[in-house]
Design a protein. Structure first.
Length: 394
């Protein structure tokens, strides 16, 4: 069903990097969500009136409010599609993250409400009535909500959408809460023991934890998260694949919404290459990065020594000393300036950003001390730099 909807309602559905295609995915997911929740509301409302069941009728209005998540998703992806203007030169893509944050608050609200009701049921247990019709209706709800959640997750994974993943979590929260209600009813029918309140507390905590997770994942790109290792490798390998580029460092990526990223990177070029030739290569990489990666890339050119054996030997020895001192640290932009009585080693030292201030000062000091043991003429001019790439999960 999911693939059928994608193929028939999304033009160029495979070009997920294009903003209009991403928007089409978001509109499809939102429309399906609104339809499913209104369908569940209608069915439950009618059955609730027929059975004179307050609980079923109340659950119907819960589904009507769930349609709000899909409406928020719809508004979010449509507003995120708006092009750049004079007040927002990088576009409006981050609105999608804000929409996901709003959905996370709805999930938390559901969790808090369910927790409060569950504690109330523990303090003052209510009489439970097992009705097969009610259980069947709840099972239908679980089936529809489960499919809707998986539908949003599949589309969200295709276009890396935070708001769709938030709607997925919201739907899974409904599946869990309704499933817990079914379990409590069946358990009561079989044993006569009312565990509804205790089960509800456990479910509410799970739902609230999921809401916190959505908020955390959504706030990260809004605040400014570390670079995804996969994105880092993609950009690094792309730039270094061009002839005339010997290495890269200092990659920074600024996220302005899904499919709207700006990045800067330092590209190392041989210092004996004609500067106009290197500049031409840099310009070509920037143009092709926009076409192939969908990233506005700005490249700073760093000339490096590639032939002077003495400089190369000093650089390799310095790198070896640093690896022995702390393998998490690296060097780049290494230059050697010979003086009458000293040899200046000028470079950047990259240290993990999580190191404390004492460690950031200690490592360069120990490093310079060890180099002077090799040659007392060495004077280091060190710029401490940081690695902004996220740690890969093991």
């Amino acid at each position: 069903m999911t693939e059928f909807l994608i193929r028939h309602f999304i033009k160029d559905y495979q070009d997920v990097e294009k903003i209009p295609v991403r928007t089409a995915y978001g509109v499809l997911a939102s429309t399906v969500g609104i339809f499913c929740n209104i369908f569940l509301f209608t069915v439950k409302f009618i059955v609730g009136l027929v059975l004179h069941s307050v609980s079923v009728t109340a659950d119907a209005f819960n589904n009507l409010s769930d349609a709000g998540s899909s409406i928020i998703s719809f508004v979010g992806v449509k507003m995120a599609e708006k092009p750049a203007d004079k007040d927002h030169p990088f576009g409006h893509g981050r609105i999608e993250y804000i929409a996901a944050l709003v959905v996370s608050f709805l999930v938390l609200e559901v969790g808090f409400t369910f927790l409060k009701d569950s504690i109330g049921k523990i303090m003052a247990p209510e009489t439970m009535n097992f009705r097969l019709a009610s259980v069947l209706i709840l099972l239908v709800t679980v089936a529809v909500k489960l499919w809707l959640g998986l539908f949003n997750r599949k589309l969200g994974e295709k276009i890396h959408s935070k708001v769709m993943m938030a709607v997925f979590t919201d739907s899974m929260g409904d599946v869990i809460t309704t499933g817990a209600t079914i379990f409590s009813l069946v358990f009561f029918k079989m044993t006569g023991i009312n565990i509804d309140g205790f089960v509800g507390v456990g479910v509410a905590l799970v739902v609230m934890w999921a809401g916190v997770g959505i908020a955390k994942d959504t706030l990260e790109p809004l605040i400014g998260g570390a670079i995804d290792p996969e994105v880092y490798r993609e950009i690094k390998d792309f730039v270094e694949s061009y002839e005339g580029i010997t290495g890269t460092h200092d990659l920074l990526v600024h996220n302005y919404g899904p499919g709207r990223s700006m990045a800067s990177i330092h590209a190392e070029v041989p210092n004996d290459t004609d500067i106009e030739k290197s500049h031409e290569i840099i310009d070509r990489i920037e143009r092709e990065a926009a076409k192939k990666l969908g990233i506005f890339l700005v490249i700073h050119m760093d000339p490096v020594e590639m032939k002077d054996e003495r400089v190369l030997g000093i650089r390799e020895k310095a790198a070896e000393v640093l690896r022995e001192l702390d393998p998490e640290c690296t060097l780049h932009d290494f230059r050697v300036v010979y003086g009458e009585h000293q040899i200046n080693l000028i470079f950047d030292m990259v240290v993990p950003i999580e190191y404390d201030e004492e460690t950031r000062q200690r490592i360069p000091a120990q490093f310079e001390e060890r180099l002077r043991e090799i040659d007392p003429r060495y004077e280091c001019v060190i710029t401490v730099d940081y690695d902004y790439v996220a740690k890969e999960e093991e």
